[in-house]
Design a protein around this ligand. Sequence first.
Ligand SMILES: Cc1cc2nc3c(=O)[nH]c(=O)nc-3n(C[C@H](O)[C@H](O)[C@H](O)COP(=O)(O)O)c2cc1C
Length: 191
Amino acid sequence: MMMDSLVLRNRSCRSFDEGTPITKEILTDLVDLARRTASGMNKQPLRYRILSDSSEIAAMLQNCRFGSALPGVKLPPENGKPTGFILIFTDKEAASPESLALKDVGIAAQTILLAATELGFGGCMLGSFEPTRLNADFGISSRYVPQLAIALGKPAERALLTDAHDGSLRYYRDAAGNHCVPKRALDEVLI
Ligand SMILES: Cc1cc2nc3c(=O)[nH]c(=O)nc-3n(C[C@H](O)[C@H](O)[C@H](O)COP(=O)(O)O)c2cc1C
C-alpha cells in the first residue's frame, strides 16, 4: 500500500551530510515551485528568504531549536549541519486573512520538503525560533512575519515510523540510533 510513497519517505531530518550541499539554485527552484501552490482566495501572502552562505546558516542555527524532545542529543550534530534554509514569511500588507495565510504556509512548506525529497535531499520544518531576532539577523522588515523555517540538506539519519502506543507521541532514538516517530493508528484518526 504505497509503501515507497514520496510522502512517507519525507521525514523530518535533523542530521545532514555536509559533503553534499543543497545548492542555492536548487533552493531557488524549490521556492519557484512553492510560489505556484494553492493559496486561500489566491491572495499569495507568502514571501521567502533563502539562506545558503555558511555565515547565514550559522546565524540561523544560533536562533532555532532542533529536536527539543531529545534533550540528550545534539542536533544537528557538529559535522552534520543543514546546508541551506528556506524561511517562509507572511506579508502583513497582503490582503489575506491570517487563518488562510497560515494554511498557505503549511502547503508551501510541505511542497518544498516533498520536492526536496524527490531530489534526494530532505529537511525539517522549524517553528521554534525567535522571530524578532530572525528579522534583525537577515535585515528583513517587520512588514514580513516569519512563520516557519525549513532546514535542508542531504539526510544523514534514518527515521522509522512506529505505532503510537499508550498515548505517547514523543519521538525517540532506538538502540541503533534510528530516529523513531510514533504515529496515531488509522482507526484512531478516522472519526
Ligand atoms: C509546524 C511545525 C513546526 C515544527 N517545528 C519544529 C522545530 O522547531 N524543531 C524541530 O526539531 N522540529 C520541528 N518540527 C518537526 C516535528 O517535530 C516533526 O514533524 C514530528 O516530530 C514528526 O516527525 P515527521 O515529520 O518525520 O513525521 C515541526 C513540524 C511542524 C509541522
